[in-house]
Design a protein around this ligand. Structure first.
Ligand SMILES: Cc1cc2nc3c(=O)[nH]c(=O)nc-3n(C[C@H](O)[C@H](O)[C@H](O)COP(=O)(O)OP(=O)(O)OC[C@H]3O[C@@H](n4cnc5c(N)ncnc54)[C@H](O)[C@@H]3O)c2cc1C
Length: 555
């Protein structure tokens, strides 16, 4: 009897978990699966594992929005012993499907779901081997499959050939973030921030990643005191009075508070998937502008008052983001945060949806479809003038995060600076940290943390060299300098290549596909990508056709 087909997963984070889940939901054939994970434990993913993250860091996705795996997050939380919940920083009496939980709690949920999937797989005749502490160092195409080179931490290197390979290596940052004295390339692993003394710290960025940095530093030098669930104060440790954070971004804005809206999303009426797909099929050079027209119509219909307020009818795409942010930019960021938080809380109380916010949130899921089809100039316009608005709407933050920022500010430990167009950040000088110059004024931060999140990475940084050498994985930008970075993948996440082996390979690594899938960073995206790839794997193993591509969105 011949061996069943084999599949390797490289990386064991949420994308692999959702892909495995979709595969098991659809497969009828036996298979041998090996999951390689560089870390000590498989099934946690980068943003949800201890050490990398501080226990105080919150997820920015409400429980209700997390696609279930073997069960929903709420069902899992409800059956946990109280002591486990308390250890995870969760009040057992306050479990709520609109709540945001600590990221480490999500990690434990994913881990338990991963283990439950493995049990289910065995019942289906799918054998699963978990290879932890095993880094895949190269992948090479051969006539009979894909050969993986594996470097286990505690054994000698080995090689193994698989029929299909799913690359889901996720986020990529150095394990040691302090890449130059006082200059941190990212706020992770959070443990690295604990050695920063109580001094003035500069943070580039003022949204989700910057909040991670601020929270990790704040709990190292003081305590958030959370009274009655609605008010938070910050008390600095004795001797740490010199501690302070300056967040800086171009506009100097803080993110807004998570806002009430129905889930699952209500359907759109004008800027629909069908309408946008028609535009894509037309192969029109005006794809972006025609999509913007649909967006304007949808927004106007959803909220005519808002449309009038921002003068939407006459607003060019190039002016939309500026107008969208203008009201907020005219007010002190902390004052805005106070009133925005009050509004968001009141709307949750009365279950009131702000129509324009909800319309923008939903349209981003449809407009993401056009991005792979935009030419380089249109992509640049999309990224500059359109994308920031969508990111602002979907990256709203837990109310507790806003409370913490306000508490730090009241305690005199947090300021936000707008860098504006005329600024320079020098992290390569003689002094540690960074020198920040804004309109000629110079500030020195002896510690400076880059907290702007995952950036797209260039093809040269793709970690599996043989796939590049063999022409199976190729540059998304065909080597052009101003083109988007990353690797070229098709609708099913196969690398775009003439080589037929590309059909056996799926590239789901976020930084390398981010340019053409700008909203891909999120648990809902892991779920949607997983649904496409899991179904394809199941069909491939039973000799069927591949599935239709789906929308890929972000949380
Ligand atoms: C700090 C942070 C916070 C976030 N918070 C949220 C949130 O609150 N809500 C939300 O919806 N989204 C959030 N995201 C988005 C995030 O993209 C997804 O939630 C998710 O982590 C993506 O899963 P993944 O499996 O693709 O990648 P990852 O979670 O990064 O997992 C990839 C895994 O692959 C392993 N690996 C990498 N290279 C190799 C190799 N060569 N060999 C073997 N193993 C390897 C890694 O060790 C890792 O475990 C956050 C992202 C970050 C960075």
């Amino acid at each position: 009897m011949s061996a069943p087909p084999s599949i390797a997963f490289v990386g064991a984070g949420p994308t692999t978990i959702y892909t495995l889940c979709a595969f098991l939901n659809e497969t009828t054939a036996p298979a041998e699966v090996v999951i390689y994970e560089d870390q000590a434990r498989a099934g946690l993913g980068t943003p949800y594992r201890p050490g990398w993250n501080d226990p105080a860091m919150l997820s920015n996705i409400a429980s209700i929005e997390i696609p279930p795996i073997e069960e929903t997050l709420i069902a899992w939380l409800e059956r946990q012993p109280r002591a486990r919940l308390v250890r995870l920083g969760i009040d057992p009496d306050e479990i709520d499907d609109h709540a945001f939980y600590p990221r480490l709690a999500l990690g434990e949920y994913f881990l338990d779901q991963f283990n439950a999937l493995i049990d289910r797989a065995r019942d289906h005749g799918v054998s699963i081997e978990i290879a932890t502490h095993c880094r895949v160092t190269d992948i090479k195409a051969e006539p009979d499959g894909l050969r993986l080179s594996v470097a286990p931490r505690f054994a000698s290197s080995s090689e193994r050939v698989f029929d299909r390979v799913v690359i889901a290596t996720g986020h990529l940052w150095p394990e040691e973030p302090e890449v130059r004295p006082g200059y941190f390339l990212s706020p992770w692993p959070a443990t690295a921030l604990q050695r920063i003394p109580a001094i003035m710290v500069g943070v580039r960025g003022s949204s989700l990643t910057a909040i991670d940095a601020a929270v990790a530093l704040a709990v190292a030098h003081g305590t958030f005191i959370e009274t009655d669930g609605a008010t938070v104060d910050y008390r600095i440790n004795p001797g740490a009075e010199a501690f302070g954070i300056t967040m800086m971004s171009r506009k100097g804005l803080l993110p807004e508070a998570d806002f009430y809206h129905p889930v699952p999303y209500e359907p759109l009426t004008i800027c629909t998937t069908e309408a946008v797909t028609r535009l894509i099929d037309d192969e029109s050079p005006d794809l972006l502008d025609r999509s913007y027209d649909l967006f304007k119509q949808e927004l106007t219909q959803a909220d005519p008052d808002y449309a009038t307020h921002i003068g939407l009818a006459d607003l060019a795409l190039e002016d939309f983001a500026d107008r969208y942010f203008a009201d907020r930019a005219a007010v002190d960021p902390f004052e805005w945060a106070v009133s925005n938080l009050a509004e968001a809380r009141a709307n949750y109380e009365t279950q009131t949806t702000v129509p324009w916010r909800y319309a923008i949130l939903r349209t981003h899921e449809v407009l993401t479809l056009i991005v792979p089809h935009l030419d380089v100039d249109a992509l640049e316009r999309f990224n500059r003038f359109f994308k920031p608005v969508f990111v602002d709407e979907y990256a709203t933050v837990p109310h507790l995060s806003i409370e913490r920022l306000l508490a730090l500010h009241r305690a005199g430990c947090l300021a936000v600076t707008a860098l504006g167009p005329n600024h320079r950040i020098n992290t390569h000088g003689k002094a540690p940290g960074a020198i920040v110059t804004v309109d000629g004024d110079r500030m020195h931060f002896p510690v400076f943390i880059d907290a702007t999140g995952q950036r797209p990475l260039a093809v040269e940084q793709f970690p599996f060299q043989s796939l590049l050498d063999q022409g199976i994985v190729n540059d998304a930008g065909d080597g052009k300098e101003d083109a988007p970075k990353g690797i070229a993948v098709d609708d099913h996440f196969h690398p775009v290549s003439e080589n037929p082996v590309a059909e056996r390979l799926f590239c789901l690594s976020i930084p390398f596909i981010l340019s053409r899938h700008p909203f891909i960073q999120g648990i809902t995206s892991s779920h949607e990508i997983g649904a496409i790839v899991g179904a394809d794997l199941a069909r491939a193993l039973t000799g069927g056709e591949t599935s239709s591509p789906m929308t890929v969105e972000a949380a």
